[in-house]
Every structure is written in structure tokens, then in C-alpha cells.
Design a protein around this ligand. Structure first.
Ligand SMILES: [Zn+2]
Ligand SMILES: [Zn+2]
Length: 368
């Protein structure tokens, strides 16, 4: 159920004036993402990468469909969050349920069956499979304190076969990798958007598992259980930044902008007449690749905060999907980097080597 709220003060609201302020993730989200990635891969210079990402999204959907029961916030906790304008599934306040680790193991197992798996991904998955915490029943205790200790299965034996080591494999004796809480600590870095100490090669797989976990949690909520965000740039459900924005094209929400959460895949309304990050409403710039004005993806850049966020126009292509179209438009990131803007969107399947715009640019150049 969506909650109607007053008309968009930007004036870019549908004539009815009633529209949902929050859209929680749908049950076929990852399949729709996979379909979009395959569509975008056709004739694309990053076609193999996009197809690999599509297979990853398919694996996420399979996990989503069979996800184990997860403890949810109780009503008293939800009520407190509403009263204080807090995101109820914010990772800082919500314990990582141990169920996410066997889900990661299943994700790794499924992805490794991809016959077209790039060598670097093979190496990363092998390293991930060797992390002991993926199969360890680590006790998790944190607010709201409803998580219980469980014993989780190890990865399938097939992934313990060292086989031929690919270039880029790390030594098995790597002290950090061997630490019992390595996977958990990597997950925490991802949830904190902190690349210090983050293993960039395995981060997309851990991020993909966390996406499934949080999307599953968010899908159990109803919009009336979530307060409007205190910080409009962050997801009201989990407090994460967006991966990109969408301009919707439905009957009730045509022309409205929503930000799409990088972690839990919720979408929250944000007026169009101001920067999605800092609220500045002056001199916003809109960037397309040269000669590609009809592309469904553009970038909104703000001179006040020097940040940019991509926008997917569903009125130009109703199949556009924020994460997929973000991955397929890395050339646009190069353009914005050259213009001196820093990327505001967070994509859990794409990690940059440094926190600077310059570092992000070089990373994208490597891929292109
Ligand atoms: Zn979220
Ligand atoms: Zn701004």
C-alpha cells in the first residue's frame, strides 16, 4: 500500500496530486534488472561485463525467491524509528543476520557455474570461497537484538578445489583473508561505503548478497511503517545513498523523480527542481553523451556540491533500470569526471579504487 501525500512543490507533479512517496521493492526486481542488462549488452563495448552482471542478477533473483525467514524489526522499534525520523533498516542499527552468509555461499556457487565467467571473477570467487567466515556460525549481537546464532554450511567442496590459480589470486596464507570475521568485516565496509581495507575484487559479490538480504527485508515492510527521510538524499528505509534516480512514467506518477536505493532497492520521492544531494536549486546542469540526447540516461550535476547523479527516464524507455543503466553508461561518468564533478551514486556491483573523482575516472577508463 502506498501513502498519498500532497502535491509535489516543484510543480512537476501529476494532475491528480496524489502519488506514493515511497515505493518498496517488487518481487521480480532482479529478473527485470537481468533482462535490462542483457538488452543493454547487445552491441555494447562492455557487453561481456553486462552479461556477467545479468547472470549475477539472475542468481540474486533465485536467492530472493528462496530466502530464509529473517528476523524483522518489531513494531515498537518501527514506532521509535517513525517518531525520530530514522530509517528502520539502517545497517548501523540493524544486525547482520547470519543467514546472509550461506546466501553468499549459494550466490558464489551459482555464479561459478557461468561458463563465460571472466578470469578475474573466477579468481575473486575462489578467494571469497576460501574466506572461513563464509561458512562459520559467527554470533551476531546488536540492536534491535533479535538475531540468533546459527551454524551455516560451508561452501560446496567444488569451490575448495584450488585448481589452476589465475593471475590475481592472492596467497591462501593471506592473514587478512584468513581472519574468522573477514567476510563480516568486508560486509561492514560495504555497508559503510568505506573502501579503506575493502577487497575490490570480491566486493561486488558480497554487495550482491547484501542487496538480496536488504531487499528481502524491505519487501516485508509497508510504506506507512517508514517515516519521511530526515536527509532526503538517503533512503528512508535503510539510510543508504541512491544508485541513480528515475523519472517515472506511470499514470499516478508521470514525470516525478524517485531516488533508487543502492542497497534495499526502495524508491523514494525527491522533487526535481533541486539537487538530489544538497538541495541546491540553481544552475543545475544536465549532461548527455554528445549526439545522444534521446538516451534514457543523463546526469544531473550540481555546481554547489560538485556532485552528480544519473537519471533514468522511463518516459524515454520504460525498461530502463537504475543499476543496469548505470553500469551501461560508464562513459557518462568519464564525461562528468572530466567536468570536475564527483559521482554521488553508489553501485554495489562497481567499486572504485579511490574515493576521489580522479581515481574513479581512471577506474572507469580501465574498464572502457
Ligand atoms: Zn534502502
Ligand atoms: Zn548539490
Amino acid at each position: 500500500m502506498d501513502i498519498p501525500i500532497p502535491a509535489d512543490p516543484s510543480g512537476m507533479n501529476p494532475s491528480s496530486g496524489d502519488y506514493p512517496r515511497l515505493r518498496l521493492p517488487g518481487g521480480r526486481l532482479f529478473t527485470e534488472r537481468a533482462n535490462r542488462l542483457r538488452q543493454l549488452a547487445q552491441g555494447h563495448s562492455l557487453g561481456e561485463f553486462l552479461l556477467f552482471s545479468a547472470n549475477l542478477a539472475d542468481a540474486q533473483q533465485a536467492l530472493f525467491d528462496t530466502y530464509p525467514d529473517i528476523p524483522l524489526p518489531d513494531l515498537a522499534f518501527l514506532q521509535r524509528c517513525q517518531e525520530h525520523g530514522m530509517a528502520p533498516l539502517a545497517p548501523a542499527g540493524w544486525a547482520l543476520d547470519p543467514s546472509w552468509r550461506p546466501v553468499l555461499a549459494r550466490l558464489v556457487a551459482q555464479i561459478q557455474q557461468d561458463p563465460a565467467l571472466p578470469p578475474m571473477a573466477q579468481a575473486a570467487l575462489r578467494r571469497l570461497a576460501q574466506a572461513p567466515a563464509i561458512g562459520a556460525g559467527t554470533k551476531v549481537t546488536a540492536e534491535p537484538g533479535k538475531v540468533t546464532q546459527t551454524e551455516t554450511p560451508s561452501l560446496p567442496l567444488a569451490f575448495e578445489d584450488e585448481g589452476d590459480q589465475e593471475d590475481g589470486d592472492q596467497p591462501l596464507t593471506d592473514a587478512a583473508l584468513a581472519a574468522p570475521d573477514w567476510t563480516e568485516s568486508q560486509a561492514r565496509l560495504i555497508l559503510d561505503d568505506d573502501i579503506t581495507g575493502l577487497d575490490l575484487a570480491t566486493a561486488p559479490f558480497i554487495g550482491a548478497a547484501l542487496q538480496v538480504h536488504w531487499t528481502r527485508l524491505a519487501a516485508h515492510l509497508t510504506p506507512d511503517q517508514v517515516a519521511p527521510p530526515a536527509d532526503k538524499a538517503l533512503c528512508p528505509v535503510c539510510g543508504s545513498p541512491p544508485v541513480a534516480a528515475v523519472i517515472r512514467a506511470g499514470v499516478e506518477d508521470a514525470g516525478l523523480r524517485y531516488l533508487h536505493c543502492a542497497l534495499c532497492n526502495s524508491q523514494w520521492h525527491r522533487v526535481r527542481a533541486e539537487c538530489s544531494q544538497c538541495g541546491n536549486d540553481r544552475d543545475l546542469g544536465y549532461y548527455h553523451l554528445e549526439g545522444r540526447q534521446d538516451d534514457p540516461v543523463s546526469a544531473e550535476a550540481c555546481p554547489a556540491c560538485q556532485g552528480y547523479l544519473k537519471i533514468c527516464r522511463l518516459d524515454k524507455d520504460h525498461l530502463a533500470e537504475p543499476l543496469a543503466d548505470d553500469l551501461a553508461s560508464l562513459t557518462l561518468d568519464l564525461l562528468l569526471g572530466e567536468e570536475g564533478f564527483a559521482r554521488a551514486g553508489l553501485n554495489l556491483l562497481l567499486w572504485q579504487g579511490t574515493e576521489t573523482a580522479e581515481g574513479g575516472q581512471s577506474r572507469f577508463q580501465e574498464m572502457l
